[in-house]
Design a protein around this ligand. Structure first.
Ligand code: B12
Ligand code: SF4
Length: 511
């Protein structure tokens, strides 16, 4: 079959859909992939002629989506349908897993969950025009009465080594570059591919060596997955590993094929979750076979001294951790994270000690704008932030409600969010409607200008200042300070013309 896969990840890094296209190719299907790395509209976009020809001969369109790309996916789907009304469209990915019914307003079929094998089965049945197409595992569709049917899910892939490497056959890829979809080549990839988090230098190869996460934070898709897969097996085997050899081989091949990749980003939820023996084995082979700088994400409580030391010796130069809040109440009761302030401080102190011996960066992710936290909670966040060494960088995210998560259900129940057609355009966050509170402004100021003296931030966070700040009208805090004064001060302090990096929409996933 001739299949076209569309992916919208804005950094060309999508792992799941690349594994699926590799598998389809192994089965002899003709597969092209189109990467459309930006939020935007279809209007004005020109399509490469070779791609147009491929579309003409396509038997199936597949789209891979996170929630923030729903409207983009809908737009592309409308375009495809208008030109090729007979070609079926199937959506998959995190968003399709969480909200199949909403996705079926656009797509003919949805595949839920991790579904490599079920997708092969689906394509095979579609090709054979088989009677049992609608019985394919993981498939969701609307029956003749418009009722949602969700088939049982196949078991998660436990043996990750058996899966092929992600598809980086650039000759089969097209990329949206500006307003043109062009044939991919190394130059386009080098220009648009993700760098290490917080970095704007050379592209990094993103690799996922584990699937699943030992945490179940209430704002994360993980909290939706435990209900999607309500089996004992899922709970006991939620964490699945690629072997060290296989992971290194993948990274090695990518670097050999594409010299523009200068670094490796291990984007596992928690790289430190591996046992010490495995980390040692990894470090040894990595140093010998790859020897390039690399970054990881980690849950702070997993960072143990021995593991840290061997990874730093092997070239670890960037660690991203999720702090999220300085308030234990918010972290444990609202976000359902097993992370206390003392444990976090312990991890940061350990990292600080090692910073004296090794060159590496620490990126701390924080979540603000939570409707269930009060100014005392945010005070605790500011207070904790002041205890983190100045050399660490802060990424501040506004809390976003992703479908199917625990906080999504709670926000819907309490009437805080309303689902409408365009609500996932960026990602669903309250900030758009409310703006930051006084204390969140103090925290943003500290996170953007970490060199400001601690006494100054403490003065702004003091009780009397909070009493005054809390009474300031919305227009002073958000229209005047946030929109007009703060960007000017930021630009002035950080070099003329430098724009204030906005608080990111969507919360940190790595923690
Ligand atoms: C690694 C990762 C990243 C990496 C790379 C992403 C990637 N590889 O796809 C990076 C760091 C770039 C990243 C960035 C972001 N991420 Co992220 N990320 C993850 C993480 C930790 C793992 C994702 C993963 O690769 N899983 C394994 C693969 C195999 O799964 P998969 O890609 O979903 O694919 C499988 C299925 O979904 C399905 N499938 C996928 N596509 C298709 C298509 C078809 C047609 C079919 C049939 C099937 C199918 O089959 C695949 C194979 O099993 C998850 C957390 C988690 N535990 O899931 C968050 C997660 C996906 N990220 C999330 C978010 C929000 C983001 C950001 C918006 C964060 C931000 N504020 O900037 C950005 C946006 C990405 C972008 N820049 O465009 C959210 C998405 C929530 C949602 N409902 O949309 C998640 C779920 C975390 C969370 N908060 O809940 N992320
Ligand atoms: S937010 Fe991070 S630590 Fe929490 S469940 Fe999701 S991936 Fe795991």
């Amino acid at each position: 079959m001739n299949i076209i896969m569309f992916s919208f990840l804005d950094e060309l890094s999508g792992d799941g859909c690349r594994v699926i296209t590799s598998m389809l190719k192994e089965r002899g299907h003709g597969v092209k992939s189109v990467y459309m790395p930006f939020f935007g509209t279809q209007e004005g976009v020109t399509w490469d002629q070779e791609l147009e020809n491929c579309l003409e001969h396509a038997d199936l369109f597949m789209l891979s989506l996170l929630s923030c790309y729903e409207s983009r996916g809908a737009e592309v789907t409308r375009y495809l349908r208008s030109k090729f009304p007979d070609v079926p469209v199937v959506w998959g990915g995190v968003h399709a897993t969480a909200l199949p019914e909403a996705c079926l307003k656009h797509a003919d079929y949805v595949m839920r969950g991790e579904c490599e094998h079920a997708t092969m089965e689906f394509v095979d049945r579609l090709e054979r025009n088989a009677d049992d197409l609608l019985f394919t595992p993981n498939l969701a569709y609307l029956d003749e009465d418009g009722k949602l049917v969700q088939n049982p899910l196949e078991q998660l892939p436990f043996e990750l080594d058996e899966l092929p490497f992600p598809d980086y056959d650039l000759e089969d890829h097209f990329v949206l570059d500006g307003d043109q979809i062009v044939k991919a080549n190394t130059d386009v990839y080098a220009k648009l591919h993700a760098t290490l988090p917080g970095d704007n230098s050379a592209p990094a190869y993103y690799i996922i060596t584990t699937r699943g996460c030992p945490f179940v934070c209430s704002y994360c898709h993980q909290s939706e997955l435990v209900t999607t897969y309500p089996t004992k097996e899922y709970k006991t085997r939620v964490l699945r590993y690629k072997s060290v050899e296989r992971s290194i081989e993948e990274a090695k091949q990518a670097l050999e094929r594409f010299p523009f990749f200068q670094e490796i980003c291990f984007s596992d939820d928690d790289f430190f979750c591996r046992k010490l023996d495995e980390i040692k084995e990894f470090a040894e082979v990595y140093k010998r076979e790859i020897g390039r700088p690399f970054g990881v994400a980690a849950i702070p409580i997993s960072i143990k001294e021995e593991k840290l030391q061997v990874l730093l010796d092997a070239g670890l130069n960037k660690i991203q951790i999720g702090v999220q809040s300085g308030s234990d109440r918010v972290n444990t009761k609202i976000y359902e994270r097993r992370l206390s302030r003392p444990k976090l401080i312990e991890a940061v102190k350990l990292l600080d000690r090692y910073r004296k011996k090794y060159e590496f960066e620490l990126l701390c992710d924080w979540i603000i704008d939570c409707p269930w936290e009060n100014e005392d909670d945010v005070y605790e966040t500011v207070d904790l932030a002041l205890q983190i060494p100045k050399w660490a960088t802060f990424n501040v995210f506004t809390l976003t409600f992703y479908p199917g998560t625990v906080i999504w259900d709670r926000a819907l129940e309490e009437g805080l969010i309303k689902v409408d057609e365009n609500c996932y355009e960026q990602a669903f966050n309250l900030l758009k409607q409310e703006g930051h509170t006084y204390m969140n402004h103090v925290f943003i100021l500290h996170s953007r200008m970490r060199y400001l003296p601690n006494w100054f931030i403490r003065a702004l966070a003091s009780k009397p200042a909070r009493a005054i700040g809390g009474r300031l009208p919305h227009w002073v805090l958000n229209d005047l300070w946030r929109q007009k004064i703060f960007p000017k001060v930021y630009g002035w302090v950080n070099g003329m013309g430098k724009k204030d990096p906005e608080v990111a929409v969507g919360e940190a996933c790595a923690s």
